[in-house]
Design a binder for this molecule. Structure first.
Ligand code: ADP
Ligand code: LRH
Length: 506
């Protein structure tokens, strides 16, 4: 019989990929078969996702995955989808899309915050949903919709799954980012729908990671060359839920930083923390795989760096007509320049709402430094260093608060995602937190996506701790120690990075 392999569709705010996951004994091998850039675009006068273009890329990737599997004598046992959270498509009864989905960076939800909080006290919202306040949370965006009658809101991964299978479901880890999900009951907080004048049937039924969603529609099977019996299985469809499931922790006393466009900084808990102190610190209780709680806060993240690079590339193009410069090289050079600058330079608050929207980021960062009485100048190396110093300080602050509010012990900080490749940021994080930092895997989100599919298929077994040990055994990591310019590479086989210690973040 053909060997089963799993296709992970993982789409972040800055890039998407389709990855094939193979089980080699008890190890998971990931092969990227398709990659594409992503980003919100100005469409019809608003910041939106080119969802039709994204879906074409998904189909291209699935076709490539099928071809690769066939070459290897394998069969795609299932498909799992994860993307960024919060955003949704509005689907009419006939299945058509009411509008091109808005990006959470569009800003239209913000105008609704005061009205929503007038209808339901934010303290009451938090006591039920445990969701951190972000002005773009789904409920504020829904409050801005002029007409929801007869329509269903499908979160982005659920919308893609609907287009693949014809089945409408809402996966629960991502549902927990809407602001309309009960953190304790694990169900929709339907008591909030009527006061917000949202239709009762606005959302599709919930599914948990590991549950089946459907099989491929005939048209999709034809376009991808995959058999129509291929199942689409729910995974942690919130990318951060999948990433946290693949943190290569060997013991319980870990914190994580899921580092991509955002930095999601926190700990894993078994029960939500819904206290007023937690609300005031703006910590979130998002749902993880297996009913866990991702107790974390959003830190502004590498978005600040991505946007500076975009601005500098545009300026460079305007100046020299140079379209050939590679962003990768540019990033490596800038990080090198930043690493040679002394510690103790100016910092900004990376979480400030002033940085949510795109455009003119170097100038906005300079303005923030100057408003606080500092100076930064226009040198890109200095601006990059300011961003990374600010992120590291933000991580340390956030982790200290997570420990204090949750009582969770933390001895090791794991950084996963694209940002785990940023050696300077990893070292600055070790220095700022006083804790060892274990960096990697880069593709933790895809790894988590594949593991949940493999477990649903019976190819691996166990709870999250077992899945994490499996990741730790096979995926390479790099360890950074506080106050040292030294890093250790290798598998975590010795467990040397996981010595229990009191947190240095407090
Ligand atoms: P998302 O899922 O939000 O799209 P990723 O996890 O793909 O984000 O991470 C993207 C980020 O990773 C980039 O913004 C960049 O800062 C960082 N990154 C990617 N490659 C490298 C690299 N070679 N060195 C340092 N940082 C990198
Ligand atoms: C990261 C992420 C994060 C959300 C944001 C909208 O990709 O899913 O967890 O807060 O995007």
């Amino acid at each position: 019989a053909e060997r089963p392999v799993f296709a992970a569709v993982d789409i972040g705010a800055s890039s998407g990929r389709v990855i094939l996951g193979r089980l080699e004994g008890q190890d998971v091998d990931l092969e990227t078969v398709h990659r594409f850039p992503n980003g919100a675009q100005r469409i019809d006068g608003a910041l939106r996702w080119d969802i039709h273009g994204i879906f074409e890329q998904v189909l291209t990737g699935l076709a490539a995955a099928g071809e690769r599997a066939r070459e290897n004598g394998e069969r795609i046992a299932s498909i799992g989808i994860d993307t960024w959270a919060v955003d949704y498509g509005l689907v009419a009864a006939d299945g058509s899309l009411a509008h091109v989905p808005y990006s959470y960076r569009d800003g239209r939800g913000e105008a609704e915050v005061a009205r929503v909080h007038g209808l339901i006290d934010p303290a009451r919202l938090y006591a039920t949903t445990g969701l951190q306040f972000l002005p773009f949370n789904t409920l504020y965006q829904l409050a801005a919709e002029p007409d929801l009658e007869g329509k269903q809101a499908l979160l982005i991964p659920d919308l893609l799954a609907f287009w693949l299978t014809g089945q409408r479901r809402t996966e629960e880890t991502n549902a927990s980012t809407t602001g309309l999900f009960d953190a304790v009951a694990g169900e929709w907080a339907s008591e909030f729908l009527a006061p917000l004048r949202l239709p009762e049937d606005l959302f599709a039924p919930l599914v948990s990671p590991g549950e089946p969603i459907g099989t491929l529609l005939p048209e999709i099977a034809r376009r991808t060359g995959l058999p129509s019996r291929t199942p689409v299985v729910a995974v942690g469809s919130h990318d951060t839920a999948s990433a946290v499931a693949a943190v290569p922790a060997r013991s319980r006393d870990f914190a994580y930083i899921s580092s991509g466009t955002w930095s999601l900084v926190g700990v894993e808990l078994q029960h939500p923390v819904l206290t007023e102190a937690s609300r005031l610190a703006n910590f979130t209780n998002e749902r993880g795989v297996d009913g866990t709680i991702r107790y974390l806060r959003n830190v502004g993240g590498l978005w600040l760096l991505q946007e500076c690079l975009r601005t500098w590339a545009e300026e460079g193009r305007a100046g020299e007509g140079n379209a050939g410069g590679s962003t990768g090289t540019r990033l490596a050079d800038l990080l090198d320049a930043a690493a040679h600058l002394p510690a103790g330079g100016p910092t900004i608050d990376p979480d400030s709402p002033a940085f949510i929207a795109p455009g003119g980021m170097p100038g906005r960062i300079r303005d923030a430094v100057e408003a606080a009485g500092g100076t930064l100048g226009a040198d890109p190396g200095r601006i990059v260093r300011c961003i990374l110093d600010s992120l590291a300080a933000g991580y340390a602050r956030t982790l200290a608060q997570a420990v204090e509010l949750s009582g969770q012990r933390v001895g090791t900080v794991h950084i996963v995602g694209g940002g785990s490749q940023n050696a300077l940021l990893c070292q600055l994080t070790a220095d700022a937190t006083g804790l060892p930092v274990v960096a990697g895997p880069v593709e933790a989100t895809a790894q988590g996506n594949v593991l949940i599919q493999a477990r649903a298929a019976g190819a691996v077994a166990g709870g999250l701790a077992d899945l994490r040990r499996l990741t730790a055994r096979h995926q390479p990591t790099t360890t950074y120690r506080p106050g040292q310019d030294r890093q250790e590479s290798g598998m975590q086989g010795s467990g040397a990075a996981a010595q229990p210690a009191a947190t240095g973040g407090k």
